[in-house]
Design a binder for this molecule. Structure first.
Ligand SMILES: Nc1ncnc2c1ncn2[C@@H]1O[C@H](COP(=O)(O)OP(=O)(O)O)[C@@H](O)[C@H]1O
Ligand SMILES: [Mg+2]
Length: 305
């Protein structure tokens, strides 16, 4: 079959992968390997990959706000730090600011005041184009309902972030198939989200988050719409895949059984992180300042070893 007859999402490389290309499986050993690979300083604390400093998010201050004046800010001088390869769970009651914190840390929402540093670069002071590049190359996202595009098959949903970053179609879909195989969804590569279970959709969302080889995965209630067993399956997959890639995980959950997958749990209330300083972290002085561009080009830059 030549390319003209090939279904449009079936690039040559992708066909090879779909027909038995070697695919590395994630295993339980990924978790222990992860612990060894987490970058640590000589003091034993993880080197920061992301640092939210004195973050205030006051939706009252935005011009389109419809909320009552006088409501406390969604983030009230919150500080948050995650190390390279570290997994941190954020817990707290509904409305305590967890999603807002995640969006601010990921550069999706600009805070009213405060700074977010990614490997030493202030993500609020870089250009919009650089920030978009950062989100696409360095960050992966998994949300409660997956947020897959309903009209696209799984393979294109996963390939989309890669194509947005400029990767050619066949290469991107090839990579997407590899990731879908890794998470056990080879048989569903052409299925659309409407044809999948909730757990399968979340696994596709995990493949989409991981395929950009992110430094950090942000997950907002990723198991919130799943039954307990499926939730644990999805968490095992997420953590194994993140561990195999040495990606840090920032996980929002209200479920302490899900938070247990992380190395550390921080609690939020009324926009305040109650125990951010519960663990010693590397001081900023040990990190070589980096620009967003250099942090992206060379992930090890800015990492104290
Ligand atoms: N886009 C928005 N506009 C106005 N207020 C918002 C917006 N998003 C969240 N909030 C408010 O900010 C507070 C924190 O919300 P959120 O971060 O969604 O909390 P959580 O994820 O912990 O449930 C809540 O009072 C919520 O109503
Ligand atoms: Mg939320």
């Amino acid at each position: 079959m030549n390319d003209t007859n090939t279904p449009r999402y079936f690039g040559q490389g992708m066909r090879a992968a779909a027909n038995g290309g070697t695919v590395q499986q994630t295993t339980d050993s990924a978790r222990s390997a992860h612990a060894e690979r987490t970058v640590r300083t000589s003091q034993g604390a993880p080197t920061p990959v992301l640092h939210g400093i004195d973050l205030v998010m006051d939706y009252n201050a935005t011009s389109h706000s419809t909320i009552q004046p006088g409501q406390p800010p969604a983030l009230n001088h919150a500080n948050f730090l995650v190390g390279e390869g570290e997994r941190v769970a954020i817990m707290g009651p509904s409305g305590s600011g967890k999603s807002t914190l995640l969006h601010v840390l990921a550069g999706i929402t600009k805070p009213t005041t405060g700074r977010v540093m990614f490997r030493g670069a202030d993500i609020d002071r870089i250009s919009e184009a650089d920030r978009t590049r950062l989100r696409r190359h360095a960050f992966g996202f998994v949300f409660q309902s997956g947020q897959l595009l309903p009209e696209l098959p799984a393979v294109e949903n996963v390939a989309l972030p890669l194509m947005l970053s400029g990767m050619p179609y066949s290469e991107a879909t090839n990579h997407a198939v590899m990731w879908l195989e890794r998470i056990g969804l080879r048989q569903l590569i052409f299925s659309r989200p409407g044809e999948m279970s909730g757990g399968q959709m979340q696994r596709v969302a995990i493949a989409r988050a991981l395929c950009v080889d992110p430094a950090i995965i942000f997950a907002d209630e990723p198991t919130g719409a799943l039954d307990q067993n499926t939730g644990h399956e999805v968490m095992n997959l997420l953590m194994d895949a993140a561990g195999a890639n040495n990606a840090a995980v920032v996980l929002v959950t209200h479920d302490s059984n899900i938070a247990r997958y992380c190395d550390r749990v921080v609690h939020m209330r009324d926009g305040i992180i109650l125990d951010a300083s519960s663990r010693p972290m590397t001081t900023a002085a040990t990190v070589v300042p980096a620009t967003a561009a250099s942090a992206l080009r060379n992930p090890s830059q800015g990492v104290a070893r």
